[in-house]
Ligand binder design. Structure first.
Ligand code: AMP
Length: 349
């Protein structure tokens, strides 16, 4: 999606990925190999004006030797902080952004202690490499402690209070090299099993939007960030509690391809290539639905007025994000009706 956004701007992409069979390789040249392979990274950097990511788990150590070959945006420090849930929460706290009560857990004794202090229910998560609900276990009571430990023990963990939130929202925005910051309207996200199912935007709540923008600006500024980033929040009693940040374009921002004047992908490229950032204004009311595990019938979906279909060309696997669709309407209520009708045609597997 980023490469496609670059074409009309005259920006060409070169990817590094672990196989030839990737969405990126369908639309741009791809170097195939390990994501931290020094030779491939050096080739990638040598052939590029700027290096960027749509995955945050590349080590700063692997990137350090590339700094003289190419610009690296966003900065490696932003990747490193968001690679570790504990560091991420420490950054939020330092910036006075509320977070869920949590404790680092390194052994079974530590887990017992964390559940004693924080209580039940709680979520045990791996500090690193967790995504889409992977590396997480919800503990409802003391009987779950050893089961959770058996499943996740061994790597660095974090235990956090399970929040009874009224909603999950995210803010997606971009910062340019010359410190301009733009943000999209808030997005309301519905997850199940830790995976994003669908998003709607704009989520109209002026107070929460002001708060989210304030928090996003703090994070982008302190990291001297360049590019698009997202922060996911829980809404609890009219407050925002930060869950995590993504130093990259974000699934909850996919609606901006059709639903905003400038998409998150284009704004990311504009930011990292030092072009003026584009308008983030919403064009009506949009819903984005993920295709998980299988692709729905394209013919039936395309018969829905104003629906845009995105097939990433990925091999189906249970729970894997294979594509998405967006639907737009001038009014929020009509968007919600169209969303409900479309959801009936989609089965998540
Ligand atoms: P994460 O990988 O942290 O984004 O978690 C994935 C999803 O799991 C979130 O979007 C929530 O729906 C749910 N979740 C994660 N942490 C918590 C929590 N502390 N309380 C309640 N739900 C959570």
């Amino acid at each position: 999606m980023m490469a496609l956004a670059g074409y009309p701007l005259g920006i060409r992409s070169l990817f590094l990925d672990r196989s030839e069979d990737t969405p990126g390789a369908q639309v741009a040249d791809t170097l195939v190999g390990g994501l931290e392979d020094p030779q491939l990274l050096a080739e990638l950097a040598g052939r590029s004006d700027v290096l960027t990511f749509d995955w945050e788990n590349i080590s700063g150590k692997a990137l350090a030797p590339l700094a003289h070959l190419s610009l690296i945006r966003p900065p490696a420090a932003a990747l490193e902080i968001s690679q570790d849930r504990l560091h991420e929460k420490a950054l939020f706290r330092r910036l006075k952004i509320p977070v869920t009560p949590h404790r680092a857990v390194d052994d079974l004794v530590g887990l017992r202690e964390a559940t004693r202090v924080i209580g039940f229910p709680g979520v045990l998560k791996t500090r690193r490499l967790g995504y889409d609900g992977k590396g997480q276990f919800v503990l409802r009571g003391a009987a779950d402690v050893s089961i959770a430990w058996d499943q996740l023990g061994g790597s660095g963990l974090i235990y956090e209070k399970f929040l009874r939130f009224s909603r999950e929202i995210s803010i997606v925005g971009a910062r340019s090299q010359d410190d301009r910051i733009v943000s999209y309207p808030l997005t309301a996200n519905t997850h199940a099993g830790g995976i994003l199912r669908y998003s709607v935007a704009p989520y109209a709540n002026a107070k929460l939007e002001r708060l989210a923008v304030t928090y996003l600006r703090r994070v982008l500024k302190v990291l001297a960030y360049v590019g698009v980033a997202a922060i996911e929040f829980f809404v609890v009693g009219g407050r925002l509690i930060a869950n995590e940040m993504a130093p990259r374009v974000h699934n909850s921002g996919h609606w901006t391809i059709e639903g905003a004047v400038t998409s998150q992908f284009e704004n990311h490229l504009r930011a990292i290539c030092e072009l003026p950032l584009g308008s983030t204004r919403a064009l009506g009311h949009t819903a984005m639905i993920n295709f998980l595990g299988n692709l729905p019938d394209r013919r039936r979906l395309l018969a829905i007025d104003g629906l845009a279909y995105h097939d990433y060309g990925k091999e189906p696997r249970p729970g894997r994000k294979l594509g998405h669709c967006t639907i737009q309407r001038p009014r929020a209520t009509d968007r919600d009706d169209a969303l409900a009708a479309t959801l009936k045609l989609i089965e998540w597997t």
